[in-house]
Design a protein around this ligand. Sequence first.
Ligand SMILES: Cc1ncc(COP(=O)(O)O)c(C=O)c1O
Length: 384
Amino acid sequence: MTLPTAALHDAAERFGTPLYVYDAAELDAALARVRSAFGPARVYYAMKANPNLTLLRRLNAAGVGFECVSPGEIARAEEVGASGPQILVNGPAKSAAEYATGARLGATFIVDREEEVALLPPASRALVRVNPALEVSTHDHLATGAAGSKFGVTLQQAPRVLEALRAAGHTALGLHVHIGSAIRDAHDFTAAFGRLTELREQTGPLAVLDAGGGWGLDADLHGIAREARAAASAFGAELWVEPGRYLVARAGTLLTRVVGTKRTGRNFCLVDAGMTELLRPMLYGAEHPVTPLWDGDEVGIWDIAGPACESGDLLARDISMPQPTRGALVAIGEAGAYGAAMSSNYLTRSRPAEALYEPGTGDGQDWTLIRRRETPQDVWAAEI
Ligand SMILES: Cc1ncc(COP(=O)(O)O)c(C=O)c1O
């Protein structure tokens, strides 16, 4: 966690909890790390990681494009002023609306199956997503390049799909590969890029190689970048990348307050956030760093549990920390990616506010509210 403790207390007082907070300096630093590793590669932010408009505007101003996988994400890209080569339209089952809006904006499409060649708007710019059929070092639900995964065309199909695109009057820019998310071992990328470069003889030179995202926060970024650049140069191609999590995860913290404690077979620290605010622990068994913002001598082992009537509603297990006191704050780290983005209104819970920490801005305050907390009326607003 990169934010000062006093600032976290201040944010919780001002905006209430649960609350997502983001450190602007860490957002900028993450982008700088990507640029330093990947050099001139074009960066497309996979906005599924965190689609908040303020964050998108900031990335857009820094020259970053967007990878979009739904009509709503394309609308967000347009809303922040992105167009043409700044937008990638991706997804395994794109709707007619996505083709139409993508075409209107001059976006590049990522073709996920052969059938799509006939569905693309006339004279589209397109990449072909290849499934390299690899097992990778991440949770099964996060792996997207395994032989049994629903994404991309096979290595055998890829040259034919490029040809079909050209024959149909589209611009076949090149190949795309994304093997999954939160991948720990850089060798997985080496293997994936290696499988793609085996296609070089059949495809000939290409304009673009899109190496996707999926980099674990502790993965060897420079190693991944070196392999991606080598693969691109094997095709004589420009390198594009699509990080989501890497750009925003560390900048974000979920702030939650202790509601109480309970001892059954285990010690539970009950807090006011849970699976509706951070689904990753329940969905992927993800482990997020937990920082209790209080002191004490009586240290125990605690599970951090949310308020939902679901046994799986746990944010963390086996956390060593001082005896919790009611009203104290817990900071759940690395929550900037797939935290707010995957939050839900299950149980008619209002989604939390989001705030950006950038000292010296935001009407003289260090914090700027970038999404207000929902009300129950917001949650049922579309119901009739
Ligand atoms: C095609 C594609 N690109 C990029 C990403 C971003 O992945 P990550 O957030 O792990 O970097 C995803 C995530 O699912 C994806 O599906």
